[in-house]
Design a protein around this ligand. Structure first.
Ligand code: ADP
Length: 322
């Protein structure tokens, strides 16, 4: 087919015009996309600088709208994580401050007593008495350091493996640590496990530690010769432990605070118990890590029952492995 020169120019002109129009339409359509992309880039830069702002103005195109939603979710999560890290950092600092004070007090006292003995200020017949006091103070220091070490390593223990644990054996293992003391104090410990041979799929070391701390307190805060009862029973999909003593009990005004870190009911701060307000805090932390609950019922001068429940199997617990 023959196209004359004029028609040829016209076709080229039309093609050029169509291309320019195409580019203009494209630019017009892509403009909001570029705008959204620039906005998202700015926001991600802000997130990189720890500014967790929410992207709210992207409506087009739908893919970028989805992307901005994901970035918003991520930003919220990061914000929460940073906040809780900041809070736990502050908590840690205040804990270190308090513990430094707690550690310093017996060390200063031991130091002063040693100097007094060396300088002959303390009469010879009183030296033994002061050595006993120092012995007690070093025990306090020891248990304080032990609890501190445990706090540090209980966080890294979150990765411990789950295993099948026989409840009666666990209780016997814990009690064996107190065997000598129980015998010396003429105590009877009653154990009821229902059903016999009950087992739980859990992190053994953690449950051991929870029970250990509760039994330790039951012994510490009750008199020689009084009974201690440990009940364990499966209820629905939970295992419930009760540790009961017939000792000092806890005043109702102190009850809700006893699980707080470093909280001690005043009376028990005295040197006979050597407590540091960490045992119940650790127990609560561990119970919660395992997806359970811990509570206490107590009556002053009558005794206390500490109760904790744990999900029987891993499937029953969403937060177990966090
Ligand atoms: P502590 O090392 O001081 O014993 P805990 O965190 O284990 O720290 O306990 C906190 C406080 O709760 C204790 O100081 C004590 O006063 C009180 N308490 C804990 N268990 C018992 C109990 N079985 N009977 C009475 N008081 C208790």
């Amino acid at each position: 087919m023959y196209i004359n020169e004029k028609t040829g120019y016209l076709i080229v002109l039309l093609i050029l015009a169509a291309s320019v129009l195409g580019i203009c339409v494209n630019l017009l359509l892509l403009r909001p996309v570029f705008k959204s992309l620039t906005y998202i880039r700015d926001q991600t830069n802000k997130i990189a600088n720890n500014e967790f702002e929410i992207i709210d103005s992207i409506t087009f195109p739908s893919e970028l709208k989805e992307l901005s939603k994901d970035i918003n979710d991520m930003s919220k999560k990061l914000n929460r994580t940073f906040k809780s890290l900041h809070e736990s950092e502050q908590e840690k600092n205040s804990m270190i401050e308090q513990l430094s004070h707690d550690i310093k007090t017996p060390i200063t006292s031991i130091n002063t007593t040693i100097e007094a003995i060396l300088d002959g200020i303390i009469p010879k017949n009183e030296v033994r008495h002061h050595l006993n006091i120092m012995n007690h103070q070093t025990e306090r220091l020891n248990s304080l350091v032990e609890e501190l070490t445990y706090i540090t390593y209980s966080n890294s223990r979150k990765t411990d493996l789950f295993e099948n644990v026989f409840v009666d054996q666990l209780i016997i293992d814990v009690l064996s640590e107190f065997e000598v003391q129980l015998r010396k104090e003429h105590r009877e410990v009653k154990i009821n496990v229902n059903p016999n041979g009950a087992s739980i799929y859990t992190k053994k070391e953690q449950v051991y530690r929870i029970l250990f701390n509760l039994v330790n307190n039951a012994i510490k805060y009750s008199n020689d010769g009084t009974e201690i009862i440990i009940n364990a029973a499966i209820e629905e999909n939970k295992l419930r432990f009760d540790v009961t003593d017939f000792g000092k009990g806890i005043n109702s005004s102190n009850l809700e605070n006893v699980f707080q870190r470093l909280y001690r009911v005043d009376e028990s701060r005295n040197s006979t118990t050597g407590g540091h307000g960490l045992g119940l805090y650790i127990a609560k932390e561990l119970v919660e890590q395992l997806g359970g609950n811990i509570s206490v019922k107590s009556q002053e001068s009558k005794g206390s029952t500490f109760t904790f429940t744990l999900p029987i199997d891993k499937g029953a617990c969403d937060s177990c492995e966090k």
